[in-house]
Design a protein around this ligand. Structure first.
Ligand code: NAI
Length: 286
């Protein structure tokens, strides 16, 4: 598998944490990026997040061009139906709800060309179900990026029984062009990464509930004992407790009792303790 050419133009739907990161890496690669966000304040915040990310990369010496030049390739779009037709790839990164994702993907499909690849960044939802309403499901797959997108090494490529091999091949080339590695997995609940990562995180929360150890000790157990780069509770804080809860609920329905969300996770989400983004989750980030 070799590195492919950069896509000339990419659409990214959703300007949250993941969407902004995905926009940043493709703009850095040289693609024109059209970032779809309905809320103008969130769109401005996403642009700022990309600008901050680029400044950080420049500071580390990992950016070959000027941040302003990269930012110049980023355009804001107010809805998926207004994407230009000539984008090579559209990546959807809106909240983890099948109905919302299906709505924006079908809207995008109406405006883009027949050769555009459509992808979802879902962490857990069925790719086949999300693609079921599309006219060209053979051009659709999962492209699961990790947080923070610019620093993470992996993109999990999830293909359905309908995804064309040529589409998977093209997407893998783009992942390599981004300087990242890919794994290809069959569409199944939680794929390879979320299924294992979420299970570990949920068990760590149950251990906290049982008073086995405190959050630092549980994370250190895996970081120092098993050489995981980040413990399961710090990782849950990074992903966002709300995002993790949504994934756990879905995996509970599809894979069974072992994914039942613990009470403590629900309570923290209800209190607005969502992890790093709110300053508090299982650890204090303030
Ligand atoms: P987020 O909540 O930070 O961002 C979602 C964004 O989508 C928001 O800015 C919202 O305004 C926007 N949005 C909602 N409806 C929209 C619409 N119809 N059109 C355009 N924009 C719309 O969520 P986050 O964390 O970026 O997650 C997005 C997706 O990525 C989810 O499917 C999640 O499961 C997945 N994911 C999240 C990871 C994480 O660590 N947070 C890691 C890997 C995947």
């Amino acid at each position: 598998m070799t590195t492919g050419p950069a896509p000339a133009a990419v659409g990214v739907i959703g300007g949250g944490r993941m969407g902004a990161g995905i926009a940043q890496v493709f703009a850095t690669l040289g693609s024109r990026v059209h970032l779809v966000e309905r809320d103008p304040d969130v769109a401005a915040a996403a642009r700022q997040r990309v600008a901050d990310g680029l400044t950080k990369s420049a500071g580390r010496g990992t950016l070959n061009s000027h941040p302003e030049e990269v930012l110049g390739r980023l355009t804001a779009v107010s809805d998926a139906g207004a994407l230009p037709s000539d984008v090579d790839l559209v990546v959807e990164a809106i909240p983890e709800r099948a109905d919302l994702k299906i709505a924006v993907l079908t809207e995008a499909e109406k405006t883009v060309s027949a050769s555009t690849v459509l992808a979802t960044n879902t962490s857990s939802l069925s790719i086949s179900e999300l693609g079921s309403a599309l006219k060209r499901p053979e051009r659709f797959l999962g492209m699961h990026f990790f947080n923070p997108v610019p620093a993470s090494q992996l993109v999990e490529v999830i293909k359905t029984s309908e995804t064309a091999n040529a589409v998977t091949h093209r997407v893998r080339g783009w992942v390599r062009a981004l300087g990242k590695s890919d794994i290809v997995v069959r569409d199944s609940p939680g794929f390879a990464t979320s299924r294992l990562g979420v299970l570990l995180g949920l068990e760590a929360i149950r251990m906290l509930e049982d008073g086995v150890a405190d959050a630092d000790a549980i994370d250190n157990a895996m970081e120092l004992g098993y050489r995981h780069p980040m413990g399961p509770l710090r990782s849950t804080d990074l992903v966002g407790l709300d995002v993790r809860l949504a994934i756990a609920e879905h995996l509970h329905t599809t894979l069974g009792e072992r994914f039942a969300p613990p009470r403590l996770l629900r309570d923290k989400v209800a209190r607005g303790e969502l992890g790093r983004k709110t300053g508090r989750g299982f650890h204090d980030w303030s």
